[in-house]
Design a protein around this ligand. Sequence first.
Ligand code: ZN
Length: 216
Amino acid sequence: MKLTAFQYGKTELAEAMIFENGSFDIKQPIALLFFLIETGDRKILVDVGCDTMPGFPLFEHKSPVEVLEEYVSRESITDVIITHAHHDHIEAVKYYKSADVYLHRDSVKHAEPYNIEKLRIFDGSFTLCEGVEVIEIGGHSFGSCIVRLDSLVLCGDECYSEKNLTDLIMTGSSVNRENSLAFLTEYRKPCYSPILFHSPSVVGFVGHRILFETDV
Ligand SMILES: [Zn+2]
């Protein structure tokens, strides 16, 4: 199995979104990322990124599919898992017409504008294939999910910053406090390696970085 992170741009977010009780006036730079899991003969994207970001500035931006194609072709993608149907995580789904697209039932309404063809709707949590678990959290948005590869945890937008986990501070963009706190309490444990979808340190430039690789 192999896990690769792709950074295709940056934007900024008010601290009030990143941290509960944060300032609306202070903005922090955040990276825009998506991920590829290669296992057996499957190539599974976790989120797909966006070409546009209405209401937010885009810096150092390149179309996410072009960043992917410096590594693999778009036609080779077999599956797409959408952690939640917010624009920056789902817009580029149009480039993956032949892939099965997995989406939680509670995200389906928000995904309607994106006209997904091979939509595979799920409820709760499920195992996509050996070693790839999709787990409902429902903290960031209704039906929002994370993806677990054993101890590696692809966090979606359940947290934005390492500090959310280390200091047990909720984000300022949770629809369900209880679910968000349960997520932070579990995944801050030292047995997990959380991977954040907006952290500037995961890749650090427009391009890709292999995060994990094993023969199995
Ligand atoms: Zn996001």
